[in-house]
Design a protein around this ligand. Structure first.
Ligand code: FE2
Length: 430
Protein backbone atom coordinates (compact mmCIF):
# COMPACT_ATOMS: atom_id res chain seq x y z
CA UNK A 1 0.00 0.00 0.00
CA UNK A 2 1.26 3.52 -0.67
CA UNK A 3 0.16 6.64 1.14
CA UNK A 4 -0.32 10.28 0.32
CA UNK A 5 1.16 11.36 3.63
CA UNK A 6 2.87 9.59 6.53
CA UNK A 7 3.25 11.26 9.93
CA UNK A 8 6.29 9.40 11.25
CA UNK A 9 7.36 8.47 14.74
CA UNK A 10 4.98 10.64 16.76
CA UNK A 11 3.88 9.87 20.31
CA UNK A 12 0.10 9.45 20.56
CA UNK A 13 -1.74 10.78 23.63
CA UNK A 14 -1.79 7.27 25.16
CA UNK A 15 2.01 7.10 24.93
CA UNK A 16 2.21 4.76 21.92
CA UNK A 17 4.85 5.69 19.35
CA UNK A 18 3.50 5.12 15.86
CA UNK A 19 3.48 6.08 12.21
CA UNK A 20 0.18 7.33 10.78
CA UNK A 21 -0.48 6.59 7.12
CA UNK A 22 -2.96 8.83 5.32
CA UNK A 23 -4.70 8.18 2.01
CA UNK A 24 -6.86 10.96 0.62
CA UNK A 25 -8.65 12.54 3.55
CA UNK A 26 -8.68 9.43 5.76
CA UNK A 27 -6.35 7.71 8.20
CA UNK A 28 -5.52 4.41 6.46
CA UNK A 29 -3.02 2.89 8.90
CA UNK A 30 -1.57 3.39 12.37
CA UNK A 31 1.37 1.07 12.92
CA UNK A 32 4.59 0.94 14.89
CA UNK A 33 6.50 1.36 11.65
CA UNK A 34 5.19 1.97 8.14
CA UNK A 35 7.78 1.18 5.48
CA UNK A 36 5.56 1.89 2.47
CA UNK A 37 6.14 4.80 0.12
CA UNK A 38 4.40 8.14 0.56
CA UNK A 39 4.15 11.31 -1.50
CA UNK A 40 5.19 13.29 1.57
CA UNK A 41 6.37 12.62 5.11
CA UNK A 42 6.08 14.65 8.30
CA UNK A 43 8.76 13.83 10.88
CA UNK A 44 7.01 13.83 14.27
CA UNK A 45 9.66 11.93 16.22
CA UNK A 46 9.81 13.10 19.81
CA UNK A 47 6.57 15.05 19.41
CA UNK A 48 3.03 14.53 20.57
CA UNK A 49 0.52 13.78 17.79
CA UNK A 50 -3.08 14.41 18.75
CA UNK A 51 -6.48 14.65 17.17
CA UNK A 52 -7.17 18.36 16.55
CA UNK A 53 -8.34 20.86 19.12
CA UNK A 54 -12.07 21.53 19.21
CA UNK A 55 -13.86 24.60 20.63
CA UNK A 56 -17.51 23.91 21.50
CA UNK A 57 -18.35 27.49 22.52
CA UNK A 58 -17.42 30.60 20.56
CA UNK A 59 -18.84 33.87 19.19
CA UNK A 60 -17.43 34.28 15.70
CA UNK A 61 -19.72 37.17 14.79
CA UNK A 62 -18.11 39.29 17.51
CA UNK A 63 -14.51 38.11 17.38
CA UNK A 64 -11.65 40.52 16.62
CA UNK A 65 -13.93 43.52 17.21
CA UNK A 66 -12.15 44.63 20.40
CA UNK A 67 -12.43 48.40 20.84
CA UNK A 68 -15.36 48.79 18.45
CA UNK A 69 -16.93 51.20 19.16
CA UNK A 70 -15.29 51.34 22.63
CA UNK A 71 -13.93 48.98 25.25
CA UNK A 72 -15.83 47.36 28.11
CA UNK A 73 -14.98 49.62 31.06
CA UNK A 74 -16.59 47.63 33.88
CA UNK A 75 -15.51 44.25 32.53
CA UNK A 76 -18.93 42.75 33.25
CA UNK A 77 -21.10 40.47 31.15
CA UNK A 78 -23.90 43.04 31.17
CA UNK A 79 -21.73 45.89 29.85
CA UNK A 80 -20.40 43.47 27.23
CA UNK A 81 -23.96 42.78 26.08
CA UNK A 82 -24.83 46.48 25.88
CA UNK A 83 -21.54 47.23 24.08
CA UNK A 84 -22.34 44.50 21.55
CA UNK A 85 -25.75 46.21 21.19
CA UNK A 86 -23.94 49.44 20.22
CA UNK A 87 -21.76 47.62 17.71
CA UNK A 88 -24.53 45.56 16.08
CA UNK A 89 -26.11 48.37 13.99
CA UNK A 90 -22.63 49.20 12.66
CA UNK A 91 -21.89 45.67 11.47
CA UNK A 92 -21.64 44.90 7.79
CA UNK A 93 -21.75 41.54 6.05
CA UNK A 94 -18.23 42.07 4.69
CA UNK A 95 -16.70 43.08 8.03
CA UNK A 96 -18.21 40.13 9.91
CA UNK A 97 -17.00 37.74 7.26
CA UNK A 98 -13.53 39.24 7.06
CA UNK A 99 -13.01 39.06 10.82
CA UNK A 100 -14.38 35.51 10.99
CA UNK A 101 -12.07 34.32 8.22
CA UNK A 102 -9.10 36.02 9.88
CA UNK A 103 -9.97 34.22 13.11
CA UNK A 104 -10.21 30.90 11.24
CA UNK A 105 -6.62 31.40 10.04
CA UNK A 106 -5.59 31.86 13.67
CA UNK A 107 -7.53 28.72 14.55
CA UNK A 108 -5.82 26.62 11.89
CA UNK A 109 -2.39 27.82 13.03
CA UNK A 110 -3.31 26.55 16.51
CA UNK A 111 -4.57 23.16 15.31
CA UNK A 112 -8.13 24.17 16.18
CA UNK A 113 -10.13 22.44 13.46
CA UNK A 114 -13.69 22.34 14.79
CA UNK A 115 -15.65 25.23 16.28
CA UNK A 116 -19.21 25.68 17.50
CA UNK A 117 -20.10 29.35 17.25
CA UNK A 118 -23.19 31.09 18.52
CA UNK A 119 -24.52 33.72 16.11
CA UNK A 120 -26.75 36.54 17.31
CA UNK A 121 -30.28 36.38 15.88
CA UNK A 122 -31.64 39.59 17.43
CA UNK A 123 -30.61 41.83 14.52
CA UNK A 124 -33.55 41.80 12.07
CA UNK A 125 -31.12 41.89 9.15
CA UNK A 126 -29.59 38.53 10.19
CA UNK A 127 -26.50 39.64 8.32
CA UNK A 128 -24.16 37.84 10.72
CA UNK A 129 -26.13 34.64 10.12
CA UNK A 130 -25.74 35.05 6.36
CA UNK A 131 -22.05 35.90 6.66
CA UNK A 132 -21.23 32.95 8.92
CA UNK A 133 -23.19 30.52 6.74
CA UNK A 134 -20.91 31.62 3.89
CA UNK A 135 -17.83 31.28 6.10
CA UNK A 136 -18.93 27.78 7.09
CA UNK A 137 -19.00 26.74 3.44
CA UNK A 138 -15.67 28.37 2.61
CA UNK A 139 -13.74 26.82 5.48
CA UNK A 140 -15.36 23.36 5.25
CA UNK A 141 -12.21 21.83 3.66
CA UNK A 142 -10.30 22.41 6.90
CA UNK A 143 -12.60 23.50 9.77
CA UNK A 144 -15.89 21.95 10.92
CA UNK A 145 -18.02 24.94 11.86
CA UNK A 146 -21.35 24.52 13.69
CA UNK A 147 -23.67 27.51 14.04
CA UNK A 148 -26.03 28.07 16.98
CA UNK A 149 -29.02 30.41 16.55
CA UNK A 150 -28.52 32.63 19.58
CA UNK A 151 -31.03 35.32 20.63
CA UNK A 152 -28.40 37.27 22.59
CA UNK A 153 -30.83 39.88 23.93
CA UNK A 154 -33.45 37.34 25.00
CA UNK A 155 -35.95 35.27 23.02
CA UNK A 156 -38.86 37.22 24.55
CA UNK A 157 -37.05 40.30 25.81
CA UNK A 158 -35.84 41.42 22.38
CA UNK A 159 -38.43 42.36 19.74
CA UNK A 160 -38.61 39.84 16.87
CA UNK A 161 -35.95 37.59 18.43
CA UNK A 162 -38.26 34.58 18.40
CA UNK A 163 -39.18 35.01 14.74
CA UNK A 164 -35.58 35.79 13.77
CA UNK A 165 -34.28 32.71 15.57
CA UNK A 166 -36.71 30.52 13.64
CA UNK A 167 -35.75 32.31 10.39
CA UNK A 168 -32.08 31.59 11.13
CA UNK A 169 -32.86 27.89 11.63
CA UNK A 170 -34.77 27.91 8.34
CA UNK A 171 -31.69 29.43 6.68
CA UNK A 172 -29.61 26.42 7.74
CA UNK A 173 -28.26 27.23 11.19
CA UNK A 174 -27.52 23.90 12.89
CA UNK A 175 -28.34 24.26 16.59
CA UNK A 176 -30.90 25.95 18.84
CA UNK A 177 -29.49 28.46 21.37
CA UNK A 178 -30.89 30.77 24.03
CA UNK A 179 -30.14 32.81 27.13
CA UNK A 180 -32.82 32.16 29.76
CA UNK A 181 -31.07 34.11 32.55
CA UNK A 182 -31.25 37.29 30.44
CA UNK A 183 -35.03 37.19 29.92
CA UNK A 184 -37.05 39.71 31.95
CA UNK A 185 -38.12 37.24 34.61
CA UNK A 186 -37.10 33.82 35.84
CA UNK A 187 -40.49 32.58 34.58
CA UNK A 188 -39.82 33.96 31.09
CA UNK A 189 -36.43 32.28 31.15
CA UNK A 190 -38.07 28.96 31.96
CA UNK A 191 -40.71 29.46 29.28
CA UNK A 192 -38.06 30.37 26.67
CA UNK A 193 -36.15 27.22 27.46
CA UNK A 194 -39.23 25.03 27.08
CA UNK A 195 -40.07 26.59 23.73
CA UNK A 196 -36.48 26.36 22.43
CA UNK A 197 -36.22 22.69 23.39
CA UNK A 198 -39.55 21.98 21.71
CA UNK A 199 -38.34 23.70 18.52
CA UNK A 200 -35.20 21.53 18.60
CA UNK A 201 -37.21 18.36 19.17
CA UNK A 202 -39.56 19.15 16.27
CA UNK A 203 -36.68 19.84 13.91
CA UNK A 204 -34.37 17.06 15.12
CA UNK A 205 -31.69 19.56 16.14
CA UNK A 206 -29.21 19.85 18.99
CA UNK A 207 -29.58 22.43 21.76
CA UNK A 208 -26.84 24.58 23.31
CA UNK A 209 -28.03 27.25 25.72
CA UNK A 210 -26.14 29.94 27.55
CA UNK A 211 -27.42 28.78 30.91
CA UNK A 212 -27.18 30.47 34.30
CA UNK A 213 -24.22 32.65 33.34
CA UNK A 214 -24.61 34.63 36.53
CA UNK A 215 -23.43 34.68 40.14
CA UNK A 216 -27.04 34.42 41.34
CA UNK A 217 -27.28 31.17 43.36
CA UNK A 218 -31.01 31.01 42.61
CA UNK A 219 -30.56 30.97 38.83
CA UNK A 220 -31.59 27.36 38.27
CA UNK A 221 -32.40 27.08 34.58
CA UNK A 222 -30.08 24.08 34.27
CA UNK A 223 -32.64 22.08 36.29
CA UNK A 224 -35.30 22.92 33.71
CA UNK A 225 -32.92 22.14 30.85
CA UNK A 226 -32.33 18.66 32.29
CA UNK A 227 -36.09 18.22 32.72
CA UNK A 228 -36.93 19.30 29.14
CA UNK A 229 -34.18 17.06 27.78
CA UNK A 230 -35.79 14.08 29.50
CA UNK A 231 -39.34 15.07 28.60
CA UNK A 232 -38.59 15.56 24.90
CA UNK A 233 -36.17 12.65 24.47
CA UNK A 234 -33.23 14.92 23.63
CA UNK A 235 -30.66 12.93 25.64
CA UNK A 236 -27.13 13.31 24.26
CA UNK A 237 -28.08 16.28 22.07
CA UNK A 238 -28.17 19.05 24.67
CA UNK A 239 -25.45 21.21 26.21
CA UNK A 240 -25.59 23.84 28.93
CA UNK A 241 -22.90 26.48 28.48
CA UNK A 242 -21.32 28.38 31.39
CA UNK A 243 -23.52 27.19 34.34
CA UNK A 244 -21.63 29.64 36.56
CA UNK A 245 -24.47 30.08 39.08
CA UNK A 246 -23.72 26.53 40.21
CA UNK A 247 -20.55 27.92 41.82
CA UNK A 248 -22.73 29.87 44.25
CA UNK A 249 -25.62 27.43 44.73
CA UNK A 250 -26.57 25.77 47.97
CA UNK A 251 -24.60 22.54 48.36
CA UNK A 252 -27.61 20.42 49.22
CA UNK A 253 -29.44 21.60 46.11
CA UNK A 254 -26.40 20.79 43.94
CA UNK A 255 -26.33 17.27 45.38
CA UNK A 256 -29.80 16.80 43.93
CA UNK A 257 -29.07 18.68 40.69
CA UNK A 258 -25.96 16.84 39.46
CA UNK A 259 -27.61 13.39 39.18
CA UNK A 260 -30.48 15.01 37.24
CA UNK A 261 -28.02 16.51 34.71
CA UNK A 262 -26.19 13.18 34.43
CA UNK A 263 -29.43 11.23 34.01
CA UNK A 264 -30.56 13.56 31.20
CA UNK A 265 -27.22 13.24 29.36
CA UNK A 266 -26.82 17.02 29.24
CA UNK A 267 -23.23 18.11 28.53
CA UNK A 268 -21.62 21.04 30.32
CA UNK A 269 -19.41 23.62 28.63
CA UNK A 270 -17.67 25.94 31.11
CA UNK A 271 -15.56 28.70 29.58
CA UNK A 272 -12.74 29.33 32.06
CA UNK A 273 -11.03 32.32 30.42
CA UNK A 274 -14.18 34.39 30.18
CA UNK A 275 -15.84 33.07 33.34
CA UNK A 276 -12.87 33.95 35.53
CA UNK A 277 -12.78 37.38 33.90
CA UNK A 278 -16.49 38.32 34.00
CA UNK A 279 -17.95 36.64 37.06
CA UNK A 280 -17.61 37.79 40.63
CA UNK A 281 -17.39 41.42 39.51
CA UNK A 282 -20.00 42.50 42.05
CA UNK A 283 -18.14 40.83 44.91
CA UNK A 284 -15.69 42.54 47.19
CA UNK A 285 -13.77 39.91 49.18
CA UNK A 286 -13.85 36.99 49.39
CA UNK A 287 -14.42 37.08 45.62
CA UNK A 288 -16.07 34.11 43.96
CA UNK A 289 -14.22 32.33 41.18
CA UNK A 290 -17.22 32.31 38.93
CA UNK A 291 -16.74 28.94 37.36
CA UNK A 292 -19.09 26.01 37.60
CA UNK A 293 -18.28 22.87 39.61
CA UNK A 294 -16.23 20.93 37.09
CA UNK A 295 -14.60 18.16 39.22
CA UNK A 296 -17.93 17.51 40.93
CA UNK A 297 -19.76 17.26 37.59
CA UNK A 298 -17.11 14.88 36.24
CA UNK A 299 -17.46 12.74 39.35
CA UNK A 300 -21.22 12.63 38.83
CA UNK A 301 -20.67 11.24 35.30
CA UNK A 302 -21.54 14.42 33.41
CA UNK A 303 -19.70 15.05 30.15
CA UNK A 304 -17.75 18.30 30.54
CA UNK A 305 -15.69 20.10 27.88
CA UNK A 306 -13.80 23.38 27.98
CA UNK A 307 -14.94 26.23 25.69
CA UNK A 308 -13.16 29.42 24.72
CA UNK A 309 -16.16 31.75 24.24
CA UNK A 310 -14.43 34.97 23.19
CA UNK A 311 -11.30 36.38 21.56
CA UNK A 312 -10.82 40.15 21.35
CA UNK A 313 -14.46 41.20 21.55
CA UNK A 314 -16.81 43.20 23.83
CA UNK A 315 -16.48 40.59 26.58
CA UNK A 316 -12.82 39.58 26.47
CA UNK A 317 -9.82 41.70 25.55
CA UNK A 318 -7.30 38.88 25.01
CA UNK A 319 -7.17 35.45 23.39
CA UNK A 320 -5.30 33.67 20.61
CA UNK A 321 -7.49 30.75 19.47
CA UNK A 322 -5.32 28.50 21.64
CA UNK A 323 -7.35 25.77 23.31
CA UNK A 324 -4.30 24.91 25.44
CA UNK A 325 -4.67 28.36 27.05
CA UNK A 326 -8.27 27.40 27.80
CA UNK A 327 -7.25 24.04 29.29
CA UNK A 328 -4.47 25.73 31.30
CA UNK A 329 -6.84 28.26 32.85
CA UNK A 330 -9.52 25.63 33.45
CA UNK A 331 -7.04 23.34 35.16
CA UNK A 332 -6.05 26.13 37.55
CA UNK A 333 -9.48 27.49 38.36
CA UNK A 334 -10.95 24.01 38.86
CA UNK A 335 -7.83 22.92 40.80
CA UNK A 336 -7.47 19.85 38.57
CA UNK A 337 -3.84 19.30 39.51
CA UNK A 338 -3.48 15.51 39.76
CA UNK A 339 -1.73 13.87 36.78
CA UNK A 340 -4.99 12.18 35.78
CA UNK A 341 -6.90 15.48 35.96
CA UNK A 342 -4.26 17.42 34.02
CA UNK A 343 -4.34 14.74 31.38
CA UNK A 344 -8.13 14.96 31.37
CA UNK A 345 -7.94 18.70 30.69
CA UNK A 346 -6.07 17.93 27.46
CA UNK A 347 -8.70 15.35 26.51
CA UNK A 348 -11.45 17.88 27.23
CA UNK A 349 -10.19 20.32 24.56
CA UNK A 350 -9.71 17.55 21.99
CA UNK A 351 -11.67 14.31 22.33
CA UNK A 352 -14.46 15.33 24.72
CA UNK A 353 -15.27 18.57 22.90
CA UNK A 354 -15.53 16.57 19.65
CA UNK A 355 -17.97 14.20 21.37
CA UNK A 356 -20.08 17.10 22.65
CA UNK A 357 -20.30 18.45 19.10
CA UNK A 358 -21.16 15.01 17.70
CA UNK A 359 -18.07 14.95 15.46
CA UNK A 360 -17.67 11.19 15.18
CA UNK A 361 -15.33 11.49 12.20
CA UNK A 362 -12.53 13.01 14.33
CA UNK A 363 -10.03 10.85 16.23
CA UNK A 364 -6.76 9.04 15.76
CA UNK A 365 -8.02 5.73 14.39
CA UNK A 366 -8.09 3.97 11.05
CA UNK A 367 -11.07 5.14 8.98
CA UNK A 368 -11.36 8.51 10.74
CA UNK A 369 -10.83 11.77 8.88
CA UNK A 370 -7.12 12.59 8.74
CA UNK A 371 -7.10 15.74 10.83
CA UNK A 372 -4.40 16.00 13.48
CA UNK A 373 -1.88 18.27 15.12
CA UNK A 374 1.82 17.72 15.89
CA UNK A 375 2.84 19.45 19.11
CA UNK A 376 6.27 20.40 20.47
CA UNK A 377 5.70 18.36 23.62
CA UNK A 378 6.28 14.79 24.72
CA UNK A 379 2.87 14.09 26.24
CA UNK A 380 -0.51 15.73 26.90
CA UNK A 381 0.43 17.15 30.31
CA UNK A 382 3.56 18.74 28.89
CA UNK A 383 1.46 20.17 26.06
CA UNK A 384 -0.76 21.92 28.61
CA UNK A 385 2.18 23.04 30.76
CA UNK A 386 4.01 24.59 27.80
CA UNK A 387 0.96 25.60 25.80
CA UNK A 388 3.12 23.78 23.26
CA UNK A 389 3.87 25.10 19.82
CA UNK A 390 2.05 23.54 16.91
CA UNK A 391 4.69 22.16 14.57
CA UNK A 392 2.34 20.80 11.91
CA UNK A 393 -1.41 20.81 11.39
CA UNK A 394 -3.07 18.34 9.02
CA UNK A 395 -6.69 18.91 7.99
CA UNK A 396 -8.53 16.28 5.98
CA UNK A 397 -5.28 14.76 4.76
CA UNK A 398 -3.55 18.00 3.81
CA UNK A 399 -0.82 19.87 5.67
CA UNK A 400 -2.39 23.27 6.34
CA UNK A 401 0.14 24.79 8.75
CA UNK A 402 3.80 24.11 9.51
CA UNK A 403 6.47 25.66 11.68
CA UNK A 404 10.13 24.65 11.96
CA UNK A 405 11.20 22.80 15.10
CA UNK A 406 13.22 24.85 17.54
CA UNK A 407 15.72 22.46 19.04
CA UNK A 408 17.72 24.86 21.12
CA UNK A 409 16.73 27.03 24.05
CA UNK A 410 17.22 30.78 24.09
CA UNK A 411 20.69 31.94 25.02
CA UNK A 412 20.93 34.04 28.14
CA UNK A 413 23.37 36.97 28.02
CA UNK A 414 25.42 35.33 25.31
CA UNK A 415 25.65 31.93 27.02
CA UNK A 416 23.66 28.89 25.92
CA UNK A 417 20.81 28.50 28.34
CA UNK A 418 21.01 25.53 30.65
CA UNK A 419 17.26 25.28 30.70
CA UNK A 420 15.53 23.72 27.78
CA UNK A 421 12.00 23.71 29.06
CA UNK A 422 11.03 20.70 26.98
CA UNK A 423 13.59 18.41 28.51
CA UNK A 424 12.08 17.48 31.81
CA UNK A 425 11.08 14.13 33.20
CA UNK A 426 7.41 13.84 32.33
CA UNK A 427 5.14 13.16 35.27
CA UNK A 428 3.81 9.65 35.61
CA UNK A 429 0.20 9.57 34.53
CA UNK A 430 -1.91 7.26 36.63
FE1 FE2 B 1 -21.02 32.64 25.02
Amino acid sequence: MSFDLIVKGGTLPDGTVADIGIKGDKIAAIEARIEAAAKSVVDASGNLVSQPFVDPHFHMDATLSYGLPRINASGTLLEGISLWGELKPLLTHEAVKERALAYCDWAVSMGLLAIRTHVDTCDDRLLAVEALLEVKKEIAPYIDLQLVAFPQDGLYRSPNARENTIRALDMGVDIVGGIPHFERTMADGTRSMTELCEIAAERGLMVDLHCDETDDPLSRHIEQLAYETQRLGLQGRVAGSHLTSMHSMDNYYVSKLLPLIAEAGVSAIPNPLINIMLQGRHDTYPKRRGMTRVPEMLKAGIRVGWGQDCVLDPWYSLGTADMLDVAFMGLHVAQMSSPADMRRCFDMVTKVNAEIMGLDHLGLAVGKVASLVVLDAGNPIEAVRLRAERLCVVARGKVVAERPKRDTALSIKGRPASINRRHVVPPQVN
